[in-house]
Design a protein around this ligand. Structure first.
Ligand SMILES: NC(=O)c1ccc[n+]([C@@H]2O[C@H](COP(=O)([O-])OP(=O)(O)OC[C@H]3O[C@@H](n4cnc5c(N)ncnc54)[C@H](O)[C@@H]3O)[C@@H](O)[C@H]2O)c1
Length: 324
């Protein structure tokens, strides 16, 4: 494997995570091939257009155009790379479990790579996925392909900044040497690297999002008690958040958490626990509080407006969050 720090990289999935990851690795000096299955998306990217708004991303793509290739061809992308990043979507199924069908498609699409290549999982997946992918690779006669879990923590709206200045990078590997190769990619970033086994790396991602969601449901319940006792939740959050053991983040009361990750990842962790025979009581309450919080808004509107049908209601602030 090329250890000069500029290994060619393939990225499967030109969505939020894939595109930010690819553009940032190109900025760090790598040749990056990004593969997606949506022809229009690939066309637009070839023309230097980013198909969604993310601060700094379009500049990064344009500035590194000579190191970025966009393709629809899985074999072309994987054949040129020493590291293949999986950044496809893992949406929830009806039961709340993560739908891994796109991940399995990527495994099926990998060409018969002769040399040692490492598959790096950035998509958010349930604990145990790495073991299953390893078995699937073996079944395909691709046991020489290494596997590393490298979950992504970027937040939409600050994704480029989060990638280049992360709080930490988590790397879970079966083989130490594969983990070393992926860790080396982040050498130029000034950040702690958490090395772990694959299952623990997978769990870190789910636990982090579940914990953040727990803080939101917690402050929302505090807000509800504030409302009936005459306290001001914004003052309460300020006073609580200044405690260095607690910190100020994710203590904004409101209509509850949403977006593309928290509802999906909290449900996936609850389901994962339940499938393993454990009832995750606290997380179940966090999810229930979040659902009730949305209904509270409707109840309040009904209290002041009566029947809502036919009423014109102004919404102040439609974006899911700033910079998105
Ligand atoms: N968006 C976030 O803020 C965020 C943050 C951290 C982790 N994640 C996780 O990262 C993963 C990707 O999330 P995202 O927001 O980038 O999703 P996304 O929906 O924006 O992008 C996924 C992309 O993968 C493409 N794709 C699907 N099948 C493919 C295949 N076989 N080959 C190549 N491309 C394929 C889709 O066309 C799409 O462009 C998910 O597991 C998500 O939970 C997301």
């Amino acid at each position: 494997m090329n250890r000069q720090g500029n290994e060619p990289i393939a990225i499967f999935g030109a969505g939020w995570v894939g595109l930010v990851t690819g553009a940032c690795f190109a900025e760090l000096g790598h040749e990056v091939t990004i593969r997606d299955i949506v022809p229009e998306r690939v066309e637009r990217l070839r023309a230097g257009e980013v198909p969604f708004f993310e601060p700094e991303l379009e500049d990064l793509v344009k500035r590194n155009a000579d190191r970025l290739t966009f393709t629809l061809d899985a074999a072309e992308a994987a054949a040129a790379a020493e590291l293949v990043f999986v950044c496809v979507d893992t949406p929830p199924t009806y039961s709340g479990d993560a739908d891994l069908s796109r991940v399995w498609t990527v495994i099926d699409e990998l060409p018969r790579l002769e040399r040692r290549t490492i598959l790096v999982m950035k998509s958010t997946v349930p604990v145990g996925t790495g073991e299953k992918v390893r078995a699937a690779l073996e079944a395909r006669g691709l046991s020489h392909i290494g596997y590393v879990s490298n979950p992504e923590f970027l937040a939409e709206g600050g994704a480029v900044e989060d990638f280049l200045h992360p709080d930490r990078v988590v790397i879970g590997s079966f083989a130490e040497a594969d983990g070393d190769c992926v860790a080396a990619l982040y050498d130029r970033l000034d950040t702690p690297i958490v090395r772990a086994d694959v299952a623990s790396a997978e769990m870190i991602k789910l636990a982090a999002n579940a914990f953040l969601a727990t803080r939101i449901s917690f402050i929302n319940e505090i807000a509800n008690v504030c409302e009936v006792t005459g306290a001001d939740v914004e003052k309460v959050a300020e006073g609580v958040g200044l405690d260095h053991r607690l910190g100020p983040h994710f203590l904004r009361a409101g209509v509850g958490f949403g977006g593309s990750c928290f509802p999906k990842d909290t449900n996936a962790l609850k389901q994962l626990a339940s499938n393993s025979g454990y009832h995750f009581q606290l997380l179940s309450a966090v999810i229930e509080v979040n659902e009730l919080q949305k209904r509270r808004v409707i109840n309040k509107l009904q209290k002041y407006l009566g029947r809502l049908r036919g009423k014109r209601i102004a919404l102040l602030g439609l974006a899911f969050k700033a910079n998105t």
